[in-house]
Design a protein around this ligand. Structure first.
Ligand code: ADP
Ligand code: MG
Length: 314
């Protein structure tokens, strides 16, 4: 294509909220035959909501939620935010309604002041968090976190977690003083356009893939809902770039679509990195394309634009 054609295509992209960082990226996009999607915040809305909390010990429900919220208060993770919101609503309204229209920020700051004091907090990537409350060890996270710390998962707990996962939810396990005391279920619905976009890509001869740090069962339930059959789950934050490399064989041209800090090495490793405009700055910096409308349909717009720009002159 002539420099003018590239300029025109870049302009058309910009008018559609598709920012293209340079002619090389525009040219590579026509040959994309794999699109690897991050799950959370990319295929899903990234608006995690706690849907259930079940106490498996004698602990009072309010006390359980206070404990979990205290532990999560220092975490930046989207799951932590969902848990805090849920516990906050329970505390003020004695119920789980997170839809109630309230001045959440005012309540949340009051709530934070009321929580337990936490010491030795640490975030464990791909697992959860740990801290001490009243001298007792507290863990909040996935199965791996529990088994690595010799916390026994009873069959009752395991069955409950499996049930959550089969309905596309993430189960968050909580231990106190090395005893499993409860489980929370977190849902994060798909974006409205996600399934249509996946179907569209397949029609264009592009294979969709999903990658996530979340567990296998939840990942597979979400993938099934969206129509993706190739899933890579329980991928550690540093491992997403390796997933990209594993597809970069022969003539394959691999795109990565993501929104998080975790996604930035994969966005950089991909032949075409596509960041969601609402994503983190680090992801946006690492990408070749930025979708300003936060609509996955623009992944198709981007590939189409490149195909139309370069098809004729070959
Ligand atoms: P993702 O953002 O794709 O879920 P992460 O690597 O951030 O990937 O997390 C992987 C898993 O680790 C989560 O699904 C969750 O089970 C657990 N986890 C991570 N951080 C937290 C946290 N702050 N609280 C509870 N669980 C967590
Ligand atoms: Mg994400």
């Amino acid at each position: 294509a002539t420099p003018t054609a590239v300029m025109v295509a870049t302009g058309i992209g910009a008018n559609n909220g598709v920012l293209i960082k340079g002619g090389d990226a525009l040219e590579r996009a026509q040959k994309i035959n794999f699109v690897v999607f991050d799950k959370t915040g990319t295929l899903t809305q990234g608006k995690a909501t706690v849907t259930t909390a079940k106490v498996f010990s004698g602990m009072d429900r309010g006390e359980f939620l206070k404990l979990v919220a205290s532990a999560e208060a220092s975490s930046e993770h989207h799951l932590a935010k969902a848990i805090l919101k849920y516990a906050c609503h329970f505390h003020f309204f004695d119920e789980a309604s997170t839809t109630k229209d309230v001045q959440t920020h005012v309540l949340e700051s009051k709530f934070l002041g009321w929580l337990f004091t936490v010491s030795d907090f640490s975030a464990l990537p791909g697992r959860g968090i740990r801290c001490f409350i009243d001298g007792k060890h507290v863990l909040v996270g996935n199965r791996k976190l529990m088994t690595e710390n010799q916390v026994t998962i009873s069959s009752d707990v395991e069955n409950f977690v499996v049930e959550l996962e089969e309905s596309a939810k993430t189960g968050i396990l909580v231990s106190y003083d090395n005893e499993l005391i409860g489980v929370l279920g977190v849902a994060d619905p798909l974006k409205r356009e996600a399934a249509v976009v996946v179907e569209g890509l397949v029609k264009m001869g592009v294979t969709p893939v999903m990658v996530t740090g979340d567990n296998w069962r939840t990942a597979q339930a979400v993938a099934k809902e969206v129509g993706i059959s190739d899933v890579r789950a329980e991928v550690m934050p540093a491992g997403k770039a390796d997933v990209i490399h594993s597809f970069q064989k022969g003539r394959n041209v691999v795109a990565m679509v993501g929104d998080g800090i975790n996604d930035s090495p994969a966005l950089a490793a991909a032949d075409v990195g596509i960041a969601i405009g609402a994503g983190t700055d680090i992801a946006i910096e690492a990408a070749d394309y930025v979708l300003m409308r936060n609509n996955l349909e623009d992944v198709i717009t981007a590939i189409d634009l490149s195909r139309k720009t370069f098809a004729r002159i070959r």
